[in-house]
Design a protein around this ligand. Sequence first.
Ligand code: CMP
Length: 140
Amino acid sequence: MATERTLSIIKPDATNRNLTGKINAKFEDAGLRIVAQKRIKLSMEQAGKFYEVHKERPFYGELCEFMASAPVVVQVLEGDNAIAKNREVMGATNPANAEPGTIRKEFALSVGENSVHGSDAPETAAQEIAFFFSGLELVG
Ligand code: CMP
């Protein structure tokens, strides 16, 4: 199995409810290592740039406002098949469709306020990690 890295974001609905530790425990219990992590407050411009791929979607404005509404925790998770494993641990985007035991099933409030983001493929993982972290900040 390939060791991979993926970008994870603990979103404002979760930081507001003090859920960072509980969410990190889910990652660590699944064998994912948190090899970089910082708590930051995104500007509307930064949120817009990060989610540029969704620019034409009807929920884009709402999504950017939400992501800039309170601090987020951005992190790099490392492990065997980390991208797929993280998506498994997060559960479906819409918490109504998420499996029991997943982060979104347990903590998400709605499809928009869904507690976590995770990269969906190796190319996007590399881009998203570079968006928030320099090489010097990544210590495996
Ligand atoms: P995320 O994995 O961060 O990637 C894009 C985000 O857009 C997604 O999680 C959801 O939080 C959000 N999103 C997707 N669909 C909707 C929707 N119908 N309404 C509001 N937000 C949405």
